[in-house]
Structure formats: C-alpha cells, structure tokens
Design a protein around this ligand. Sequence first.
Ligand code: 2BA
Length: 107
Amino acid sequence: MKLITAIVNKEDSKHVCNALIKDGFTVTRLSTTGGFLMAGNMTLLIGTEDEKVDACIECIARCCKKRTEVVPSTASYGSGVATAYPLNVTVGGATVFVTNVERFEKL
Ligand code: 2BA
C-alpha cells in the first residue's frame, strides 16, 4: 500500500477531490500554507493499493493547472535605496509524494 501526499492549488482542490472520489479513491483534505508564498494551498492524503498509484496521479494531473502568481520583491541599489518590483512565480499543477505504508488499520 502507498500513501500519496499531493499539494494542490486551493482553486483546484474541490474539482480534484470530486474526480478522485468518483474514481473510487478515499481522500483527506488538509488546509495548508506554502512556505515560500505564504499563501493557502490544500494537501490531499490518499491511501491506495500500489497498482492504483498511477491512476491516482493521472487523475490529479488532469485536474490541476499551472498558474503564475505575481509576488512583490525588492531590489537594493546601495546607499539605502530600495525599490519593489513584481516577480512571476509558476505554481503547480501539483506537488506529489508517494510513500510506502508499513501498516494500515481501520479500528
Ligand atoms: P510555496 O512554498 O508557497 O511555493 C510556491 C511556488 O514558489 C513553488 O511552486 C515554486 O515555483 C516557488 N518556490 C518555492 N520555493 C522557492 C524557492 N526557495 N526559491 C524560488 N522559488 C520557490 P511549486 O513548486 O509548484 O510548489 C507549490 C507548493 O507545493 C509550495 O508552496 C509548497 O507548499 C509545496 N511544495 C513544493 N515542493 C515541496 C517540497 N519539496 N517539500 C514540501 N512542500 C513542497
């Protein structure tokens, strides 16, 4: 058995959850925050059989889009002069980790 941890954009999370459930997966959603942008995202936990991992990742890939976020940044020109300029950061579609599950119990 594997545990799939998928970090997805909040905008995609409802759609991806519905698609995963429709395909027979069980999903837990956690509200999380990205450390770099400090913006909300959604982390999905999906426990599944080894042979279904590829189908799960394909489903996530189908539902999650890449987006460009504009974040403020600063540049310094010496003598204490600094200016703010927008920086484009590409986020997603999804960041996926697959880990082995040693033991799975429902009690
Ligand atoms: P954030 O940490 O808020 O990162 C948002 C986006 O900013 C990233 O998109 C990436 O394009 C950029 N970024 C992140 N750290 C950076 C850095 N040190 N320097 C320059 N640019 C940086 P994604 O790679 O698509 O990641 C989206 C979210 O997935 C991340 O939000 C984070 O919550 C999670 N994530 C991505 N890779 C991870 C990892 N290796 N471990 C844990 N969480 C990860």
